[in-house]
Write a protein that binds this ligand. Structure first.
Ligand code: MRU
Length: 350
């Protein structure tokens, strides 16, 4: 079953995004008319989630090409726009992955007339979007194999259709298991401070009518200790070549608790989230966001004026704490470095 909403869609010469800053109380579309609007939408988290960021940026590249078409220093301005887009957020590697792919399309086409270059860039942006949906369906099918019947699953942040071009990664696995009549139950972490769990995952779970409960992040440890969770599935923003995974803040703590209590812990990502150039998680740039996200969540003041804040947006889970990384080309299991190298060489792990 597919969603009734479309996270991102290019039509009428504009990019339409569901404005994820205001869900679940308001459903509205944010319209990008220029590549600068696209950069803003990623930086301000109108759209978020690694694969969704990548697909959105691909349209940003196409829109930049259209904007500068006909200018004599086209290539300089186009590449500056790509560099600008790639700085919108630092951790999710899908942003760079998508922009590099679009630049590769440009390099192959650059001797052609500008109208043809632009048409090829549009085709590639559309392909990045549609391939992501197909990839997620395949991830769901593969991930479903690790979900036992009657499982109670814990997830963190939002990894659903909203975080991707459609269907989702970890939440895609959950939905696939649900539609496979596995009689699952889901606990969703609220995911402070931006509440992707309570605002977005809960919204998606309710739309799909998946039996579930929302929990404060810090309730997860007690549920795991008390034997109430059969497995944890969550996403990833960048996977290093040794299997370390950067994901939403709180993922690392969950992994430690799962390891302590012997609970399977899976990260679910498309292969485009693997950064083969990064040796370990220590090299992954971790975004720090504003103090206001913590002192004024949702605009409501919850800390005294002037209080200083540390607000890292992601953390790194060492591969030693991970049972497996579920991708569209199979499940990466230990030894992670060797198996990730096999994927890099084009092998399938199925
Ligand atoms: O800051 P966000 O909301 O962009 O962070 C999202 C996550 O951490 C997700 O878990 C990750 O991008 C995977 S989404 C399929």
């Amino acid at each position: 079953m597919d969603e009734t909403f479309i996270t991102l869609e290019y039509r009428e010469e504009k990019l339409f995004l569901i404005d994820q800053r205001v869900l679940p109380t308001t459903f509205t579309l944010f319209v990008c008319n220029t590549y600068k609007d696209v950069e803003f939408s990623i930086r301000d988290m109108v759209v978020r989630g690694a694969p969704a960021i990548g697909a959105t940026a691909a349209y940003g590249v196409y829109m930049a090409a259209k904007e500068f078409a006909g200018e004599k220093d086209f290539e300089t301005k186009f590449k500056q726009a790509c560099a600008f887009l790639s700085l919108a957020r630092p951790t999710a590697v899908n942003l760079k992955w998508a922009i590099d792919r679009m630049l590769g399309t440009y390099e192959k086409a650059k001797k052609l007339p500008i109208e043809q270059i632009i048409a090829l860039l549009k085709t590639d942006a559309d392909a990045i979007r549609s391939e992501d949906i197909a990839t997620n369906k395949e991830i769901g099918r593969i991930g479903n194999t690790v979900v036992p019947a009657n499982a109670t699953i814990l997830t963190h942040c939002n990894t659903g259709a909203l975080a991707t071009a459609g269907w989702g990664t970890a939440l895609g696995v959950i939905k696939t298991a649900f539609y496979d009549d596995k009689n699952i139950f889901v606990y969703a972490d609220e995911t402070r401070p931006r509440f992707q769990g309570s605002r977005l995952t809960a919204w998606e779970l309710m739309q799909a009518k998946i039996p579930s409960k929302l929990i404060p992040d810090s309730a997860a440890a007690t549920l795991i200790r008390d034997g109430k969770i059969d497995l944890v599935v969550l996403g990833g923003d960048r996977v290093a070549a040794n299997g370390d995974v950067a994901n939403k803040l709180g993922t690392f703590a969950l992994s430690v608790i799962c390891k302590e209590y012997g609970i399977p812990f899976y990260s679910v990502v498309p292969v485009s989230t693997i950064d083969f150039s990064i040796a370990s998680g220590a090299d992954i740039p971790i975004e720090e966001r504003s103090k206001e996200e913590v002192t004024h969540p949702g605009g409501v003041q919850v800390a005294p004026d002037g209080m200083d804040v540390y607000n890292p947006c992601f953390d790194v889970t060492p591969h030693q704490n991970i049972t497996g990384i579920i991708t569209e080309r199979g499940i990466i299991r230990p030894p992670f470095r060797e198996n990730i190298e096999r994927l890099r060489n084009g092998e399938s792990l199925l």
